[in-house]
Design a binder for this molecule. Structure first.
Ligand code: FAD
Length: 451
């Protein structure tokens, strides 16, 4: 059985790594870029700043993934304690916001507590993400943080999103705990799977995947874009016209693009992928001359005085993210803005708008603005696969059809499941698919059973 893998991001690499570990050699991996890593790649700009494709932090639910990362990085990584904050009403509130509302000014604090004390409805009965928020957090927290922040990140009306993906992604709230935090003037920071995270010393997040790919590189073909698939003949066409046959195709490119490249597909499958929703992201990497003493890792920005929803103090993750590793002379801020048909963004102006937003949200001052030495913009047309109300129905039409034609689509946009779309999940989707194909084991991550 010849296995052809499309994409050298974490998912395609997970499949390739595991095939190799199992001693299975009849496979090939095809990647359109001239580098591996996909959305988890990193880049060094002309001034020597390293950039990720948005703030990536490494945390894992899987020993298998941990071992692959350890083989790749050895001891060449730093471990950080998460320190993240929310900028709101001209002050900083520790994350998770809902546990730390004591930082709010009196009026907003009262609204938040009143909302929590007067919750109504059973969240299990809510019909969409927006309704779920109201039932779990109440009006105040929704008004100040949950609604504006999520609208900024997702770039779609929140009523169109489901609530099924939430489990580990949104910290819910406990009124007694919030009241105790207020009474004891206590910061409550420990929630979440990523409160301790690792980061490669050299080369950004992408170094992990450069390392994993290295022993496999003789089977990884870079600069080769899949442009068409003939499901009957079981062949893939690449840019330049070359074709390649397969017995099993593992796809990690976006599912809607995959289907659009298939030659003959039933109309209902085409219609179903047409209902899948995603947003795009603009990552503005700004390198500065000067020193920045600020221990925060990343910060959230729900308000409209900045285009971005998140900014990372990227120099804090590794000093080698700045030129010569010299933190006395350089610092770097990585700023993420969402765009979508509901939320258009002027790409030509985004870097300037980002700089203005950094000033209006109090992250830098006018003098620092004059000391920008590098402006590095990354445009990612596929950033977040949106868990919409119709997503699971669409996937239930598309995936079984593709599998009946020996095409298995996995990974962040291949499977289109945000809740299992992080690096560890994506890598393990590749691993577990191989285990299913070769050993008949069930795929736990794809089916929401891992964690
Ligand atoms: C802004 C942002 C922040 C994130 N933060 C985190 C984080 O903090 N922690 C975390 O764990 N994860 C994070 N992620 C998620 C992480 O980036 C993904 O989990 C991971 O990259 C998905 O891997 P993948 O292999 O499924 O897809 P991708 O990384 O998208 O890889 C797919 C690959 O397929 C290739 N490809 C596409 N089309 C073709 C074609 N036609 N022919 C050939 N090759 C093709 C692409 O070039 C790419 O290399 C973040 C993602 C984003 C966008």
């Amino acid at each position: 059985m010849k296995i052809l893998i499309i994409g050298a991001g974490p998912c395609g690499q997970g499949a390739a790594y595991h095939l190799n570990k199992l001693g299975y050699s009849n496979w090939k991996l095809i990647e359109r870029n001239d580098h591996v890593g996909g959305l988890s790649a990193s880049f060094v700009d002309e001034y020597g700043f390293t950039w990720d494709v948005g703030g990536h932090v490494l945390f894992s639910h899987y020993d298998y993934f941990d071992r692959a990362v350890a083989e790749s990085l050895g001891d060449s990584y730093y471990e950080h304690q998460r320190e993240s904050w929310v900028r709101i009403l001209q002050r900083w509130v520790p994350y998770p916001f809902q546990n730390n509302v004591r930082y709010l000014p009196d009026g907003a604090l009262k609204e938040s507590l009143d909302g929590l004390r007067n919750l109504s409805g059973n969240p299990a009965d809510s019909e969409n993400f927006r309704e779920w928020m109201d039932m779990v957090f109440g009006q105040g927290i929704v008004k100040y943080f949950m609604e504006p922040y999520n609208r900024k990140v997702w770039g779609v009306p929140l009523e169109t999103m489901s609530k099924g993906w939430i489990a580990e992604r949104v910290s819910v709230v406990d009124l007694a705990r919030v009241e105790r935090n207020i009474a004891e003037q206590r910061d409550d920071l420990s929630w979440g799977p990523n409160n301790v995270f690792r980061f490669p010393k050299y080369g950004g997040t992408g170094a992990i995947y450069e390392g994993i790919a290295k022993p496999l590189q003789h089977k990884i073909h870079l600069g080769c874009e899949m442009t068409g698939i003939d499901l009957d003949q079981k062949t893939v066409t690449f840019s330049g016209g070359r074709t390649e046959s397969y017995d099993v195709l593992i796809n990690t490119s976006p599912l809607d693009l995959l289907v659009s490249r298939c030659r003959s597909v039933p109309e209902q499958v085409r219609e179903a992928v047409g209902g899948l929703v995603h947003n795009g992201g603009l990552i503005a990497g700004l390198g500065f001359d000067g020193r920045r003493d600020d221990s925060r890792c990343w910060m959230y920005f729900p308000e409209s005085n900045s285009p971005f929803y998140r900014v990372t103090n990227f120099h804090n993750y590794s000093r080698f993210n700045v030129p010569d590793g010299d933190l006395a002379q350089h610092f770097s801020l990585m700023c993420e803005t969402t765009y979508s048909s509901h939320k258009p963004v002027d790409k030509d102006r985004i870097v300037q708008a980002t700089l203005d937003g950094l000033i209006s949200s109090g992250l830098i001052d006018q003098a620092e603005k004059q000391r920008v030495s590098s402006r590095y913009l990354i445009d990612i047309p596929y950033s977040y696969p949106v868990p919409t109300l119709g997503r699971d129905r669409a996937l239930a039409t598309v995936q079984p059809y593709l599998e009946s034609r020996s095409v298995y689509s996995r990974g962040r946009f291949g499977a289109w499941k945000y809740e299992v779309g992080n690096m560890d999940h994506s890598f393990m989707q590749g691993v577990e698919l191989v285990d299913r194909l070769l050993c008949g084991k069930p795929e736990r991550t794809l089916n929401g059973l891992a964690g």
